[in-house]
Design a protein around this ligand. Structure first.
Ligand SMILES: Cc1ncc(COP(=O)(O)O)c(C=O)c1O
Length: 400
């Protein structure tokens, strides 16, 4: 077999989380009850009307290719939802429906990033952003933020990171992995910086409906109408409607860019799966009570998770505004004994918790935040309590 692969892959990091989940699966196969705090997907089922609509679509013959960038009614529904939720009155020719939000971001990377380009990424950041940038031969400019600033990039830090080579800035609000979200004022400050350059502003709003304690998600689309000619919003049904496996996400972009995305997608996946598009249409246009029910459940779980984590000696966890992740500061645990060895970093700590507590987490280094762990609370309150109490016990025993 020829053994040379494309050079573009050389710079791309293999996922540490894959090694973690492989080990978690190995343990499960041996009958170990592993508590899954690693997964980034809701444990709920999609609303029943979504499933009914998908079945009806199968019966009505949704078995053919559709328009590359999505069926007209879905694009119309995305326009209506964007107007209602983000205050941006868009037209269908600005919408590209893709095979999940990750695919929407990948299409954008293909359409926009080139060697020599810099893409500004406030960290902690979702793992796929820098890897997609590297895959295109462009350079991720990773700007660390601190827990004290709520893991939010300041206007000054953004201004310091942007220069003539900057092709795009990617923000994620609420964020994976930290759950932090930008307030109106914080976002206004960042928009001011963007006004002084001509980079694209990509805002990943996939978790926008999952905010707590009355926090109001605001979209840059609403706050800075004058930036809409280089604003890109990424969104989808995966998280809001518990539809991760249906693989429907989209981007909202200026028309010229949407046309370029049509070309990119037209030469790769063509349309996203027809049935999944009809299901996504039902999700957006059906009754939204299930979304609120799931949001309330996540809020309760967040409270349980964060309180329990803060009760573990050596762990500190900030209360996140949204998404379904707790991002716990575990720096005090680095150096802790692990039998004959020591826990030397967050990756080690995650493996320690898997081996000693049968709890799966994701090490913060993967997101650009060494010393932290990401724990998803998209699981039941009972499992959250069980998992964190196992973590506490394993740490106490190791330190004894
Ligand atoms: C921040 C962020 N953006 C995008 C995605 C991708 O979502 P999708 O399932 O629609 O591809 C995820 C999924 O984990 C995410 O966390």
């Amino acid at each position: 077999m020829p053994t040379t692969f494309a050079k573009r892959l050389d710079a791309v990091a293999p996922s540490v989380t894959l090694a973690m989940s492989a080990r978690a699966n190995e343990l499960r196969a041996k009958g170990v009850d592993v508590v899954a705090f690693g997964v980034g997907e809701p444990d709920f089922e999609p609303p029943s009307y979504v499933l009914e609509a998908a079945k009806a679509a199968v019966d009505k013959g949704a078995s053919k290719y559709t328009a590359v960038t999505g069926i007209a009614p879905l694009k119309q529904a995305i326009c209506a939802a964007t107007k209602a939720r983000k205050g941006w009155d868009i037209t269908p020719d600005m919408v590209t429906v893709s095979v999940g939000a990750k695919h929407a971001l990948f299409n954008l990377a293909l359409a926009l990033y080139e060697p020599g380009d810099e893409i500004v990424l406030p960290a902690p950041m979702w793992v796929s952003y820098p890897e997609q940038v590297r895959m295109m031969g462009a350079t991720p400019i990773i700007v660390p933020t601190t827990e004290e600033s709520g893991f939010r990039i300041s206007a000054d830090a953004l201004a310091g990171a942007v220069n003539k080579k900057t092709k795009a800035v990617i923000l994620c609000t609420p964020s994976n992995p930290t759950g932090s979200a930008y307030s109106k004022d914080a976002l206004l400050g960042l928009c001011d910086v963007m006004r002084k350059n001509d980079a694209w502003l990509i805002v990943d709003e996939i978790y926008a409906e999952l905010v707590y304690d009355g926090f109001k998600h605001v979209s840059a689309a609403e706050l800075a109408p004058d930036l809409r000619d280089r604003l890109i919003i990424v969104d989808g049904v995966s998280k809001t409607y518990a539809m991760t496996g249906w693989r429907i996400g989209w981007s909202i972009t200026p028309k010229a860019l949407a046309k370029a995305l049509d070309t990119v997608q037209g030469q790769s996946t063509t349309n996203p799966t027809a049935v999944a598009q009809w299901a996504a249409l039902a999700a957006l246009t059906g009754p939204q009570e299930d979304v609120e029910r799931m949001r309330q459940a996540f809020e309760k779980r967040r409270n349980v998770m964060v309180a329990a984590l803060n009760d573990v000696p050596g762990i500190k966890c900030r209360m996140p505004e949204g998404a379904f992740y707790a991002f716990a500061d575990c720096r005090a645990l680095i150096g802790m004994p692990w039998g004959e060895k020591k826990v030397t970093n967050d990756e080690d700590l995650a493996f320690f918790l898997l081996e000693r507590a049968s709890v799966a987490t994701v090490p913060g280094g993967a997101f650009g935040a060494p010393g932290y762990l990401r724990l998803s609370y998209a699981t039941s309150e009972e499992r959250i309590k069980e998992g964190v109490s196992r973590i506490k016990k394993a740490i106490e025993e190791a330190k004894r």
